[in-house]
Design a protein around this ligand. Structure first.
Ligand code: F6P
Length: 328
C-alpha cells in the first residue's frame, strides 16, 4: 500500500451537533501531520457527483461552535448499487485520495465499508444524536440532543403544572431510547416509554392517578419515537385516566444547536484519532484499514469497522430502573 498523503472527510446521515467540531479536528490534525486534506460535500452523493474540494486551516475556521455540518449531508441511494460505489471510489482514486474519514451513523459506515472493498482506507467517526452505534459508548451529538430535550421538557413542565395537565413528549432516537432515558431521568419524568422495554399503559395510568392523588400537579410522560404512536398512546391514557393531556413532538430541534462542551471535546478527540489511524496505517500492510473510532469508558480507541455491524448495543437497564424508582 502507498503511504497515505491525501485524505478526504465527509459527513453522512442525519446531522448532529459536533459534526463541525469533528470536521475541524480531522482537517487541522491532518494538516498538522503534513497531509493534504479534502472535504466532500453532501456526503456520499458528493463522491458520486465529484464534489471534492481542498481543505485548508481557514476552511474550518469559526465552526467548532456551530451545529449542523459545513460539508452538508444527503441521503445517497447510489451507494446501494455496485455501480454507484464504483463511481464513488473512482472519484477518490482520480484525485489520488487513498483514505476517507466518514463522520456519521451506522448507515454511513456501510458506505465506508463498501468503499473499503474498492481498496480505500476508511475510518468511521460515530456522529448521530441517536447514540445507537454498536461498539462505542457514546456518539457525537447525543449529549447535546439530551440537553436540548431537557431544556424543552423543563419549559413544558411549567405549563403542565399551571394547568394541572399530563404531557406526552416525543423525543427522537429512531429505535434507541437513550435520549428519552437520560432526558427523562434528568428532568424527573413520571414515565418513560422506550423501545427497549415493554410497557403496559394501564400501569402508566395507575402511576398517573396515584401521583395526582398524592398531590402532584402534572405528569410528564416521555415517549421515544420508536416506542409507538404517541397520539394513540395519548388517546388510550386519556380514556384510562380522564385527565386533560397534551402532546408535544420535539422533532428536529434535537438535531440543531451549538454542541455541548462534552460533544465538542468528544468530536475533537475522535476526529484527531481518526487521522492518527490513517497515518499509522503502515504502507507495508497488504490491505487498507477499515476502522471506527469509539469511546470505550473514558478512552478514545479504534476498533474494526465491522464491529458496528455485529452484536447488540448495550442498554443501561439499571439507569432505566433508577428512573422508575425515583419517579414514584
Ligand atoms: O438519525 C437521526 C434522526 O434524527 C432520528 O432520531 C430521526 O428518527 C431521524 O433522524 C429523522 O430523519 P430525517 O431528518 O430524515 O427526518
Amino acid at each position: 500500500m502507498e503511504r497515505v498523503q491525501r485524505v478526504a472527510v465527509l459527513t453522512s446521515g442525519g446531522d448532529a451537533p459536533g459534526m463541525n467540531a469533528a470536521i475541524r479536528a480531522v482537517v487541522r490534525k491532518g494538516i498538522a501531520l503534513g497531509l493534504d486534506m479534502f472535504g466532500v460535500e453532501h456526503g456520499f452523493l458528493g463522491l458520486v457527483k465529484q464534489e471534492v474540494k481542498r481543505m485548508h486551516l481557514g476552511s474550518v475556521a469559526d465552526i467548532i461552535h456551530r451545529g449542523g455540518t459545513i460539508l452538508k449531508t444527503a441521503r445517497c441511494n447510489d451507494m446501494f448499487t455496485p455501480e454507484g460505489v464504483a463511481g464513488a471510489a473512482q472519484t477518490l482514486k482520480n484525485t489520488s485520495i487513498h483514505a476517507l474519514v466518514v463522520i456519521g451513523g451506522d448507515g454511513s459506515y456501510r458506505g465506508a465499508q463498501a468503499l473499503h472493498e474498492h481498496g480505500l482506507h476508511v475510518v468511521g467517526v460515530p456522529a448521530t444524536i441517536d447514540n445507537d452505534i454498536v461498539g462505542t459508548d457514546r456518539t457525537i451529538g447525543f449529549d447535546t440532543a439530551v440537553n436540548t430535550a431537557v431544556g424543552a421538557i423543563s419549559k413544558i413542565r411549567d405549563t403542565a403544572s399551571s394547568h394541572e395537565r399530563a404531557f406526552l413528549i416525543e423525543v427522537m432516537g429512531r429505535n434507541c431510547g437513550d435520549i428519552a432515558l437520560r432526558a427523562g431521568l434528568a428532568i424527573g419524568a413520571e414515565s418513560l416509554l422506550i423501545p427497549e422495554v415493554e410497557y403496559d399503559l394501564e400501569d402508566v395510568a395507575v402511576k398517573m392517578l396515584r401521583g395526582f392523588k398524592r398531590g402532584k400537579n402534572h405528569s410528564i410522560i416521555i415517549v421515544s419515537e420508536g416506542a409507538g404512536d404517541i397520539w394513540q398512546i395519548a388517546d388510550k391514557l386519556r380514556g384510562l385516566t380522564g385527565f386533560d393531556s397534551r402532546v408535544t413532538i420535539l422533532g428536529h430541534i434535537q438535531r440543531g444547536g451549538a454542541p455541548s462542551a462534552e460533544d465538542a471535546v468528544l468530536a475533537a478527540a475522535m476526529g484527531s484519532k481518526a487521522v492518527d489511524a490513517v497515518v499509522n496505517s503502515s504502507p507495508e500492510q497488504e490491505t487498507p484499514i477499515s476502522l471506527m473510532v469509539a469511546l470505550d469508558c473514558m478512552n478514545i480507541v479504534t476498533r474494526p469497522l465491522a464491529d458496528a455491524f455485529e452484536g447488540e448495543r448495550v442498554f443501561d437497564r439499571d439507569l432505566y430502573d433508577l428512573a422508575g424508582d425515583l419517579a414514584i
